[in-house]
Design a protein around this ligand. Sequence first.
Ligand SMILES: NC(=O)c1ccc[n+]([C@@H]2O[C@H](COP(=O)([O-])OP(=O)(O)OC[C@H]3O[C@@H](n4cnc5c(N)ncnc54)[C@H](OP(=O)(O)O)[C@@H]3O)[C@@H](O)[C@H]2O)c1
Length: 361
Amino acid sequence: MATQSATWAYREAHDDFARTYFRRFSDCVVSSIGMGTYLGDPTDERDDRYREAIEDALRSGINVLDTAINYRHQRSERVVGDAIAESSVDREAILVATKGGFVPFDGERPDDPAQYIRSTYLDTGIIDRDDLARGQHCIAPGFIDDQIDRSLDNLGLETIDLYYVHNPETQLTERSRGAVYEQLEATFTRLEERRAAGDIRHYGVATWEALRVSATAENYLSLPEIVRRARAAADAAGNETTGFRGVQLPFNVQMADAFTIESHEGAEGPQSALWFAHDAELSVFTSASLMQGKLADGLPGQVAAKLDGETSAQRAINFARSAPGVASSLVGMGSPDHVTENVAAGRFEPLGASAFDAVFE
Ligand SMILES: NC(=O)c1ccc[n+]([C@@H]2O[C@H](COP(=O)([O-])OP(=O)(O)OC[C@H]3O[C@@H](n4cnc5c(N)ncnc54)[C@H](OP(=O)(O)O)[C@@H]3O)[C@@H](O)[C@H]2O)c1
């Protein structure tokens, strides 16, 4: 697992970045630019490029690897595991995050996906049919337990540093918000138990819509309520403190709702997801930091002018990692050239708090 001493040693060995490039996560330090592994075809060729890109990233100053069991039908997790095993960088210097929630296929999309899910997960009792949303999503404790075992195997690791429940808002298509919170609490209790067993160290939620929409939206989930459920789970599992530590949400120049929409009840009234997370000492990991590559083609002129960086991609990354509460901005990088360009964004300062606020005035 990632440790305090190894991550701080990694930071020492990469001392040519701008101030605040490395940020605290728990007792570790992590690079504020992280490697994402979502996009790309499920092919051997793409696996090879990802493996090379991850090894380059680890060598050049990125120690956050983000994946999910369903990404590229488990190929991304396996490639992350291979790259870590082959890398000269100490495994304990790397924060490895993965997610469970979407029922994964195995290496490729099967000819009959419904039959695959039936025989692998329903007939075996790993998933109860009532817990399945949209025929492909489940966050019940027994399923998440099974998925953690598979992820540990794919990654070849003893411990996952940060385990996310993946897009829990998907369950709102099938059940009430109250029932989703109940299910999250039951699953968090299992995650607290897996923490105690050493299989995961921290956990959180990775969301696409839930935390950045208004409180009246159908797919809204309240971050304060989720945190309360995590505290209750820690109590139920007999853990002194909760391991709920990370929140993942999309954030970029074009998708800034996590900063602009105040839908989470804080001590002094409603707050944005980013400010609530900041004040609750949760670490935010931004997804889609380049808006799935589109921002590499250009940013709105008045925003670009405020940001440091030599390329649009670098300026977009520096915008995302300037936001409050952000530990690391994840960028999908299946191409070694993109790693070189993107990691260099970390040699520039992100925006200070007032300059960041001024972008929204
Ligand atoms: N709901 C969720 O939890 C969720 C949803 C989406 C994403 N995520 C996580 O967040 C990560 C980042 O999001 P994302 O991958 O969807 O989108 P992204 O980081 O905004 O964009 C990735 C795309 O940008 C391209 N790219 C990267 N650097 C570039 C550069 N310098 N110039 C031009 N193009 C560049 C990549 O191409 P190459 O691959 O060829 O380098 C890839 O196609 C994901 O990989 C995943 O780990 C989580």
